[in-house]
Ligand binder design. Structure first.
Ligand SMILES: Cc1cc2nc3c(=O)[nH]c(=O)nc-3n(C[C@H](O)[C@H](O)[C@H](O)COP(=O)(O)O)c2cc1C
Length: 447
């Protein structure tokens, strides 16, 4: 597929004229390219992007990334919630420039969009996290590194230059691993530690289950573990103990087992041939599966964070107003209202509906982000009008990666920010504070 020229910056402080902004710049870039016979790398609408990504993906990759919990009702709820609101544009406002910037817990944002932590990205393209990081950095958009990432977080950080990055943590049953991950996040200059609460166990995911497919058991999505000094030490001890006990390997040699072994071997750090002869790649997968998430995670665990890190702490996966209130009472710096993109509980409340109830409870002051269902710039506008300080973009950028690699990710991000900017221009809003609830009504066509 041919591509247009460089994806223009998403910042509001552009120099190309008083009426410009990321929206008009992106439009101009696409239309200029079009006049020369060039097409964007990714479809500009979400449905087209999703179709193209589906075509570009293997069955197992698509099941993992696009799939959801149970009958998919939470994913539908997420989208339906956006459709139940309508934007009411205001006219003749005279605003020609927009300021999309905001400070979020000390992280400067050029637009109210961050990239959500999405694990096992290599399913959609090799070197996924580094490519995503480069794309994010090209637009100055912060990236929340997934604890289930496919490149070591230090490598991903190095690809971002000065662009802010946050680090997401799944609370392991091994407390030393929690500490080690926090130390690494601090060392790479993370702007916040994002602790995901909603995945103490994996949800019931029929698409993956039907294919018997879990990326982690193939060694995909465990790079933060296999690059961790504490984790690798645990694996070595495990291998040594197995050797000493003379435990027999009772794995049946099937084609599937050989494929799994090759996948684990490829994903493991170090040389392929050496890994092939080593028991470590398999032991790493087994160790990971044993300790990766703590089903007993409680407020007592979370209370220890204040002594364990100086980073701002953000809790991700909050849906109930009581939990939101408790989070802020316990001193966390922010929350992400999220149902994990509908991947955990089937027929859970839409994130957007939860946001409304949570904002009502905690008031205007606390930092509240939203994800799950953000597909377009108009969605970002709606989420902000309902009280989100910023949003996290998830599946759409993964689809960009599947369709056109790093460039695809950059275009997807640029398109969302462009549409947000144009929506602000067309509703008479000059800055993010101007995106208020009175610009929305319950959608009369959906009542
Ligand atoms: C394939 C996939 C992997 C994900 N991995 C993680 C993860 O490792 N950590 C995490 O906190 N959230 C993870 N999430 C959830 C996202 O951070 C985010 O909440 C979700 O993608 C939002 O839903 P949406 O993409 O449908 O908008 C994942 C989501 C997807 C689709």
């Amino acid at each position: 597929m041919t591509t247009s020229g460089s994806t223009s910056g998403a910042t509001s402080g552009s120099t190309s004229g008083p009426t410009s902004g990321p929206g008009r710049e992106r439009q101009a870039e696409i239309y200029r390219g079009g006049a020369l016979g060039r097409r964007p790398a990714v479809p500009a609408d979400f449905a087209g992007l999703e179709r193209a990504a589906h075509e570009a993906s293997t069955g197992k990759a698509w099941a993992y990334v696009a799939g959801g919990a149970g009958e998919g009702r939470t994913m539908r709820n997420n989208r339906d919630a956006f459709d139940r609101w309508a934007i009411v544009p205001r006219m003749a406002h005279g605003n020609v420039t927009r300021d999309l910037s905001r400070d979020l817990l000390g992280t400067p944002l050029t637009s109210p969009v961050l990239l959500a932590p999405v694990g096992a990205g290599a399913l959609m393209g090799a070197d996924s996290d580094v490519k995503i990081a480069r794309a994010a950095a090209s637009l100055g958009v912060p990236y929340v590194f997934s604890h289930q990432g496919c490149n070591p977080m230090e490598e991903t950080a190095a690809a971002m230059g000065e662009t802010p990055r946050w680090v997401q943590l799944y609370w392991s049953t091994d407390e030393d691993l929690v500490d080690s991950t926090i130390r690494r996040a601090e060392a790479l200059g993370a702007g916040a530690l994002v602790v995901t609460l909603d995945t103490t166990v994996l949800g019931w995911r029929p698409q993956d289950l039907t294919l018997g497919s879990l990326p982690f058991s193939q060694g995909v999505g465990i790079a933060q573990y296999t690059s961790d000094p504490h984790f690798t030490e645990v694996v070595r001890r495990r291998v040594a103990a197995a050797r000493q006990s003379g435990a027999k390997d009772d794995v049946q040699v099937t084609l599937g087992a050989v494929r799994t072994l090759l996948s684990m071997t490829r994903a493991y750090p170090g040389r392929f041939l050496a890994n092939l002869r080593s028991p470590e790649p398999r032991a790493a997968v087994e160790t990971f599966l044993d300790i990766y998430s703590n089903p007993g995670l409680s407020w007592d665990h979370l209370a220890t964070l204040r002594e364990r890190t100086r980073l701002p702490v953000v809790l991700k996966g909050v849906l109930h107003p009581d939990d939101a209130q408790r989070a802020f009472d316990s001193g966390v710096d922010g929350i992400v209202v999220s149902n994990h993109g509908g991947r955990q509980v089937d027929n859970a409340i839409a994130s957007l509906d939860a946001l409304v109830a949570i904002r009502e409870r905690v008031g205007a002051e606390p930092t509240v982000l939203l994800d799950s269902g953000i597909r377009t710039g108009a969605d970002v506008f709606t989420a902000l009008a309902l009280g989100a300080d910023a949003v996290l973009l998830g599946r759409p950028y993964m689809y960009g990666l599947a369709v056109a690699g790093e460039r695809g990710v950059a275009e997807v991000i640029a398109n969302v920010i462009a549409e947000l900017d144009l929506t602000m221009a067309l509703t008479g809003v000059a800055d993010l504070a101007g995106i208020t609830r009175d610009l929305l009504v319950p959608n009369p066509s959906r009542q």
